[in-house]
Design a binder for this molecule. Structure first.
Ligand code: SAM
Length: 175
């Protein structure tokens, strides 16, 4: 799933000409390198974890001022924009109420959103819940493609498509 979602984001970024890219919950910047190599003209990563952003800063130093890293909560940080592509990979897995995040993504996006979600299935769902919530004390939230389509449409995206793969959902939403 990790590589599939990265490849999916790379494909969308590559379909624009030197796009501005916002990476929501960019973490240590692993995906960032690929997005910049795929042609991102300007890359902004936001994350509220300082240690993660320090790693990202090291990793992305060679790209100079094409990269901007912001420490803070995505819902509150001053991020400028709007951006051609907004990427949120692995971000929604731990978000209890996704609606404000989707709304903010719409405000900050003038092209496409690419996001990954853990899918709810009756086989994997309960196991995932046990693994994360009971064993790791970490809640995880699951989605269906239909719910996601309705949520992104309600936020103002005109075209929403979901692809189900390996227990996850890859979503592309266009304004
Ligand atoms: C599972 S990691 C995914 C990292 C990266 N996108 C990737 O695919 O490798 C989720 C990241 O989102 C960040 N995060 C979660 N909620 C956030 C919020 N409200 N604002 C900013 N960052 C957030 C976490 O600190 C974490 O680094």
């Amino acid at each position: 799933m990790m590589f599939m979602r990265r490849d999916f984001a790379v494909e969308v970024v590559g379909s624009y000409d030197a796009p501005s890219v916002l990476d929501v919950g960019c973490g240590s910047g692993r995906v960032a390198e690929n997005l910049i190599d795929a042609g991102a003209g300007q890359y902004t990563g936001v994350d509220f974890s300082e240690p993660m952003l320090e790693l990202a800063s090291e990793r992305l130093r060679r790209f100079g001022d094409r990269v901007r890293l912001e420490t803070g909560d995505f819902l509150e940080a001053d991020l400028g924009g709007p951006y051609d592509v907004v990427v949120a990979l692995g971000f929604f897995d731990y978000i209890e109420n996704p609606v404000p995040f989707v709304t903010r993504m719409r405000e900050l996006c003038k092209g496409s959103v690419v996001a990954s979600f853990p899918e709810w299935t009756w086989v994997k769902g309960p196991l995932r819940k046990i693994r994360y919530e009971v064993l790791a004390d970490c809640p995880i939230f699951n989605y269906t493609s239909r719910e996601l389509e309705l949520m992104f449409q309600a936020a103002g995206f005109k075209q929403v498509s979901c692809t189900e793969r390996n227990g996850g959902i890859l979503l592309r939403a266009d304004v």
